[in-house]
Ligand binder design. Structure first.
Ligand code: TYC
Length: 102
């Protein structure tokens, strides 16, 4: 009878792989109703762009349909999307903001 191991606890190997955290693009989408001024305001205040960067990026989004406002960790990207969405709704603009794995 094989009783030699009956008091041996089997502990599953602890996961030890260190993973590089993924990065997420926060993307603003163009629409026909949000004012250019408001998009510039969002880019300056939420994404910390300079006035020149904000204007250039806003125009690029206006002309191409979308643009990357910034790249962040998952949690920060989620927070940026939530703040943009809430600020847009509060100002009655339909501005859409999404996140996408880099
Ligand atoms: N297309 C808008 C306009 O002509 C401006 C705009 C730019 C809206 C970027 C959204 O993400 C956006 N008023």
């Amino acid at each position: 009878m094989a009783h030699f191991d009956e008091h041996v606890e089997v502990i599953p190997e602890t996961k030890k792989k260190v993973k590089v955290p993924k990065k997420y693009k926060v993307i603003l989408l163009n629409d026909d109703y949000t004012t250019m001024e408001f998009v510039v305001f969002v880019l300056e205040t939420i994404f910390h762009k300079t006035p020149a960067q904000a204007k250039g990026l806003m125009l690029a989004i206006h002309n191409t349909g979308s643009g990357v406002a910034g790249v962040y960790s998952h949690e920060i990207a989620e927070t940026k999307v939530a703040i943009v969405t809430e600020t847009s709704k509060a100002n009655e603009y339909p501005l859409r903001c999404v996140m996408e794995e880099e």
